[in-house]
Design a protein around this ligand. Structure first.
Ligand code: AMP
Ligand code: FE
Ligand code: FE
Ligand code: ZN
Length: 292
């Protein structure tokens, strides 16, 4: 069983439609794939149709932009009821924050002499529900300012670079509670990703576990081998589920091919058990997966 629990489509900042992501997952030999767009469940229905057609199991997820102790935390929420009003409201605040920061980023780029406006971003973002820095990057590529997203982030969009602009993120502990009430389970995405830091530390992760967190995404391209081993040990100590995934963004992220990291079948079973428990505790039925 090959299980990849973290991918993105054009509903957020991936470059393929939900249908294309699911078909690509089947072609990559995956048995289970989760679609986890940033801050939206918009891609789910299309992904479910594709999953039924190609005979792959789809896990419905959302990667929620959260914050804790002043740091950004990406929270993977699996199988929540997307119509639960407090969850919808929490996501809407993040989506509004995404939209609200775009003009400021474009203004900063114009101050650098780059002729870019909202229409340039809209053209590349298409009907994405969650717009973000990757779309600004795509607009810069299209305008010929940079060669690819990587260069756009490095030169303009990363923290500390001239066009970076903060945005709202959801308070983590409250979000853990809301997802649980919606009958879902939560996993912290790339907990120590990209910046080389080792935060949240074990004490903080323990506290998050006490607040309903179910797992840690240990096997992720942003983690080197020693980082993975440390996080795996922490997950074991705290009884948290260990997941692995590609964080696939189509052509939008290099070195994140579907299935490049996977989740062990036993860990996936534990996650589904927790989902069933969460659903029962929230007075909801056990979530149904798209039959493979
Ligand atoms: P935002 O949420 O709009 O601030 O943008 C963050 C998104 O940018 C994340 O989903 C990352 O996947 C993506 N991202 C960050 N750095 C890079 C990079 N160097 N190349 C491509 N995508 C990136
Ligand atoms: Fe992304
Ligand atoms: Fe992420
Ligand atoms: Zn992601």
């Amino acid at each position: 069983m090959r299980i990849d629990l973290h991918t993105h489509s054009r509903a957020s900042d991936g470059t393929e439609s939900p249908d294309e992501v699911v078909r690509a997952a089947a072609l990559a030999g995956l048995d289970v794939v989760a679609l986890t767009d940033h801050d939206t469940a918009e891609g789910w229905p299309e992904a479910e149709r594709a999953a039924r057609e190609v005979g792959i199991e789809l896990v419905r997820g959302i990667e929620i932009s959260a914050r804790h102790d002043g740091r950004s935390v990406h929270l993977l929420a699996y199988l929540p009821d997307p119509t639960y009003p407090p969850l919808l409201a929490a996501l809407q605040l993040v989506l509004d924050g995404r939209t609200a920061r775009l003009p400021a980023m474009l203004e900063r780029l114009r101050a650098l002499g780059i002729a870019i406006d909202a229409e340039d971003v809209r053209r590349v973002a298409g009907d994405a529900v969650a717009t973000g820095r990757p779309h600004v990057a795509d607009a810069l590529v299209r305008l010929g300012v940079v060669a690819d997203r990587t260069e756009a982030f490095r030169r303009y969009l990363n923290p500390g670079r001239p066009a970076f602009e903060k945005r709202y993120a959801a308070p983590l502990v409250e979000t853990l509670r809301i997802v649980a009430e919606a009958g879902g389970v939560t996993v912290i995405a790339h907990p120590w990703g990209r910046h080389g830091h080792q935060l949240p530390d074990e004490a903080t992760l323990a506290e998050l576990g006490d607040n309903g967190l179910s797992g840690l995404e240990v096997d992720h391209q942003d983690h080197d081998a020693p980082t993975r081993e440390r996080l795996r040990a922490i997950a074991r100590n705290l009884g948290l589920v260990v997941t692995g995934s590609s964080d696939y963004h189509g052509l939008g992220k290099v070195d994140h091919e579907l299935g490049c990291n996977t989740t062990a079948p036993e860990e996936y079973s534990r996650l589904l058990e927790r989902a069933a428990e969460a659903a029962a505790a929230a007075g909801r039925g056990v979530p149904v997966l798209t039959a493979g």
